[in-house]
Design a binder for this molecule. Structure first.
Ligand code: 6PG
Length: 468
C-alpha cells in the first residue's frame, strides 16, 4: 500500500464514516481505522468508487497516509481518546497531526497538547457539530490549537463544512483547547434552547390544551419567522411522527427522562469557575437531573395533587403568541450567556477568541444554528469588544418587547404548576442584569456581621468592617 491517502480517521462509527464520505465527496482520499472489522467493511461498502479504504490494522492505516499525516479521532471522549493516541504514537513521525474531533473536556485537550508536543506531534482539539447528517452533508467545525496544525487541514475542513452565503462554517478558533471549549459552550447553549422549547411545549400542551397536530402547526409557523432554527424545525417534525410500534404519536411514548453526556454540565461548572452567570444553561442541566428522578417523581405525585388550584385555560391565540415571543426573548438571553462565557474564557485561558467568527460559523451545520445568529454576528462586527448581547443596541428593542411575553408566560406556568425554570431564569437574569441596584448590599452586610468579611461603601473608597 502506498502512502497516498490525504486523511485518516480513527473510529468508524456513524459520525466518523459520514465525515469520511463527505471528505471523499470533495475529492480527498481517506483511510479509516476501526478495530471492529464490520465497521471497516461498512466504510468500504458505502464508499462505492470513492477514494476510501477501511482497515482494522493501525500499522497499515498509518502507512497508507501521506506525510505529514493528518489523523482525526472520532471515538468517545475520555480514556478511549488516550488509548487510541497511545496505540498510534509509536507509528507516527515528528510533524504528524492528530485531531480529536469528539466532545473532549478542554482540560484533557490541554494535557494532550502538552504531552504530544514533547514528541513533536501536533495535536488539535476540534468541535464538530451537526450530528450524523451534519457530518455527511456539512457540519459546523470548531478547530483550535497550533495555527500550523490548522493550516495542514484547512483546505479539507473548508471543503467539507456547511456553507452559509458561500462561506464555510469553519474557522480557526484560537490557541490550545479553544476548539473544544467553544464546542462545549455550543452544547451548553444547545441544552438551554432545548429546555426552553420543552417548557414551551409543556405550557402550550398543559395550560393551552394544544394537541400534537396543533403543536406541529405552531412550531412550523414559528420556524418561518424570527425563531427560524434547526431546533424549532425538528421539534415541529417530532410532533407528527407516528408511533411505529403502536397507536398514536411517538413523542407521547417516550420516557420523560433526559440523558446527558456531560458537555452541558461542564459548561455550567466552568461558568461557575469563571464567575460568569449562565443560569439558563444551569437550569437546563438541573431539569435533566430532575427528569431522571422518575421514580421519586412518581412517589411524590399523588401527595401533591392539591398543590395547584384549577385555572381556566388562557385564551389560546394570545398564549401561542406569548410563548413564541417569550421563546425569542429567552433564546437571545441564552446566547447572551454563552457568548459572555466565551468572552471571559478567552481572557482567562488566552484563547484569543473572535466572537463574530464564532457566531458566523454557528449559522450553518450545527445544532444551534438559527436566524438569530446572523444578528448576533452583526452585533459583534459592530462592537468586537461587546461584553454582553444585552448591551448591544441591536437587541434592545427585541428584548424590551419580548420581556412582556416572558413575564406573562412565567405567570401562566406558575398558575398551572408547570416548571418553567429556563424561562424564569432567562427573565430573572434579564431583571438582574438591567438593574443598577440589587439587594446584595444586604448579603454583604450579613457576611460582615457574622464573619467580618468586610464591605465596600457607595459613598467613599476603601474596605470597611463594622462591629454589628
Ligand atoms: C452536536 C451535539 C452533539 C452532542 C449531542 C448529545 O453539536 O452535534 O452537541 O455533539 O453530543 O447533542 O449531547 P447530550 O447527550 O449531552 O445531550
Amino acid at each position: 500500500m502506498t502512502s497516498s491517502f490525504d486523511f485518516g480517521m480513527a473510529g468508524l462509527g456513524v459520525m466518523g464514516r459520514n465525515l469520511l464520505l463527505n471528505i471523499a465527496d470533495h475529492g480527498f482520499s481517506a483511510a479509516g481505522l476501526d478495530l471492529d472489522p464490520e465497521k471497516a467493511a461498512e466504510l468500504e461498502a458505502e464508499a462505492s468508487g470513492k477514494p476510501l479504504k477501511g482497515t482494522t490494522d493501525a500499522g497499515e492505516f498509518v502507512r497508507m497516509l501521506k506525510t505529514p499525516r493528518r489523523i482525526m479521532l472520532l471515538v468517545p471522549a475520555g480514556s478511549a481518546v488516550d488509548s487510541v493516541i497511545t496505540s498510534l504514537l509509536p507509528l507516527l513521525e515528528p510533524g504528524d497531526l492528530i485531531i480529536d474531533g469528539g466532545n473532549s473536556h478542554f482540560e484533557d485537550t490541554n494535557r494532550r497538547i502538552e504531552a504530544l508536543r514533547e514528541k513533536n506531534i501536533l495535536f488539535m482539539g476540534m468541535g464538530v457539530s451537526g450530528g450524523a447528517e451534519g457530518a455527511r452533508l456539512g457540519p459546523s467545525i470548531m478547530p483550535g490549537g497550533d495555527p500550523e496544525a490548522y493550516r495542514l487541514v484547512a483546505p479539507i475542513l473548508e471543503a467539507i463544512a456547511a456553507k452559509v452565503d458561500g462561506q464555510p462554517c469553519v474557522a480557526y478558533m484560537g490557541a490550545a483547547s479553544a476548539g473544544h471549549y467553544v464546542k462545549m459552550v455550543h452544547n451548553g447553549i444547545e441544552y438551554g434552547l432545548m429546555q426552553l422549547i420543552a417548557e414551551a411545549y409543556d405550557i402550550l400542551k398543559n395550560a393551552g390544551g394544544l394537541n400534537n397536530k396543533e403543536l406541529h402547526k405552531v412550531f412550523k409557523g414559528w420556524n418561518k419567522g424570527a425563531l427560524h432554527s434547526f431546533l424549532i424545525e425538528i421539534t415541529a417534525n417530532i410532533f407528527i411522527k407516528g408511533d411505529d410500534r403502536g397507536e398514536g404519536w411517538l413523542v407521547d411514548k417516550i420516557q420523560d427522562k433526559a440523558k446527558q453526556k456531560g458537555t452541558g454540565k461542564w459548561t455550567s461548572q466552568n461558568a461557575m469557575d469563571l464567575g460568569i452567570p449562565t443560569p439558563t444553561i444551569d437550569s437546563a442541566v438541573t431539569m435533566r437531573g430532575l427528569s431522571a428522578l422518575k421514580m421519586e417523581r412518581k412517589m411524590a405525585a399523588p401527595h401533591y395533587t392539591r398543590a395547584i388550584e384549577n385555572h381556566s385555560r388562557p385564551e389560546r391565540e394570545q398564549l401561542i403568541a406569548q410563548v413564541g415571543e417569550a421563546l425569542y426573548f429567552a433564546f437571545i438571553i441564552t446566547y447572551a450567556q454563552g457568548m459572555h462565557q466565551l468572552t471571559e474564557a478567552s481572557k482567562e485561558y488566552g484563547y484569543g477568541l473572535n466572537l463574530e467568527t464564532i457566531a458566523r460559523i454557528w449559522r450553518g451545520g450545527c445544532i444551534i444554528r438559527a436566524a438569530l445568529l446572523e444578528q448576533i454576528r452583526q452585533a459583534y462586527t459592530e462592537q468586537p469588544e461587546l461584553r454582553n448581547l444585552l448591551l448591544s443596541p441591536a437587541f434592545l428593542e427585541a428584548v424590551l418587547h419580548g420581556q412582556h411575553a416572558a413575564r406573562a408566560i412565567v405567570k401562566t406556568a406558575v398558575d398551572f404548576g408547570l416548571p418553567a425554570q429556563a424561562f424564569s431564569s432567562a427573565l430573572h437574569y434579564f431583571d438582574a442584569y438591567r438593574r443598577e441596584q440589587l439587594p446584595l448590599n444586604l448579603v454583604q452586610a450579613q457576611r460582615d456581621y457574622f464573619g467580618a468579611h468586610t464591605y465596600e461603601r457607595v459613598d467613599r473608597e476603601g474596605v470597611f468592617h463594622t462591629n454589628w
